[in-house]
Design a protein around this ligand. Structure first.
Ligand SMILES: [Zn+2]
Length: 324
């Protein structure tokens, strides 16, 4: 492999505010154009927009930053989750050990979605997981791409993810803290984008899709999923209230407050109609949306039939878009 074929993260970055190249200083990236300074926290550049109020790092985040150099992933993970040792051990065994397996399952879904629209995936130069959290999907992406990048708005999650991958000896993974609607990344950089349950949390969903398309290389693909606003078979996943998606949007907040006594903010579940309109606005005709990701075989044919009939009211949307 020629030396220049390994993508380096520094070459993929740009200022999310003014889109200039950045200069690297020992503990920060600095924009020569707009003079913004982005701190690098234990190897993770922090591109978050300035928070409107309060300290930049919450208590837990500060603790994780402090203990990061001398703690194992499992120690940081226990700090993050808190609770009794027995309960923590069970959670670890149930959830944590299977993270690579969950990543492979996600990869299987991306492959099936690509096959269904006859866009077979090429070996990838660089893959991006938007809203990566602690990075389960990145296990699978890092095995297929020369560089796998995880982006999230939560620095604490990223610090855990970075420790996890360092301990697992996965070297071609990098993490960025930033907003999905202002990606700190250059145009036409990635062949594969994944976003698991992200779009419903964003206030400007059209801008998110436009940013995703901007960083895709020609021929690249974008796979994401999102809960269906009009699902008849599952409650609203964040507050577990049935059928609230059928309310007019302006009634949702007061309804949740009345039922649960808590706010309902930063969530905008999409109907199939809204999702398709959004995708069409950015990707034209280059997209497909299903409730069940198509499978081959007789069971797959049955699922495709059910999908065609019931897609508007099934629990989840799976969307696949590409850049020709
Ligand atoms: Zn700038």
């Amino acid at each position: 492999m020629p030396a220049d074929s390994q993508p380096s993260l520094a070459n993929l970055l740009q200022c999310p505010t003014c889109r200039s190249s950045l200069n690297a200083e020992p503990s920060a990236l600095v924009c020569p154009q707009c003079a913004r300074r982005y701190e690098v926290v234990h190897g993770i550049p922090d591109f978050r927009p300035d928070p409107p109020e309060g300290p930049r790092h919450g208590d837990l985040c500060r603790q994780v930053i402090e203990r990061w150099p001398t703690s194992t992933y499992r120690e940081l993970w226990a700090l993050y989750h808190g609770g009794e040792p027995d309960a923590l051990r069970r959670l670890w065994d149930d959830h944590e050990e299977r993270a690579p397996e969950r990543g492979e399952r996600r990869w299987g879904e991306i492959i099936r979605a690509a096959q269904a629209v006859r866009r077979p995936l090429e070996p990838s130069f660089a893959a991006l997981d938007i809203g990566c959290g602690m990075g389960s999907a990145l296990f699978a992406l890092a095995r297929r791409a020369r560089l796998a990048v995880g982006l999230d708005i939560l620095l604490t999650d990223l610090l855990l993810a970075r420790k996890r991958f360092l301990e697992a000896g996965v070297a071609n993974v990098a993490f960025l803290c930033g907003s999905a609607t202002d990606l700190p990344l250059r145009d036409e950089t990635f062949d594969i984008l994944n976003a698991t349950d992200v779009v419903e949390h964003l206030p400007d969903q059209a801008r998110f899709l436009a940013e995703a398309r901007r960083v895709l290389r020609p021929g690249g693909v974008f796979f994401f999923n999102s809960p269906n606003r009009f699902s008849l078979f599952s409650p609203e996943p964040h507050v577990r209230l049935w059928f609230m998606g059928w309310l007019p949007r302006r009634w949702m907040e007061p309804y949740v407050r009345w039922r649960l006594g808590k706010p309902y903010r930063s969530k905008r579940l999409l109907s199939l109609f809204e999702l398709r309109r959004l995708l069409r606005g950015t990707f034209g005709r280059d997209f497909a949306a299903w409730a069940f990701i198509p499978r081959p075989g007789p069971l797959g044919a049955l699922a495709r039939l059910a999908d065609a009939l019931a897609r508007p009211i099934l629990p989840q949307h799976n969307a696949f878009a590409w850049k020709s």
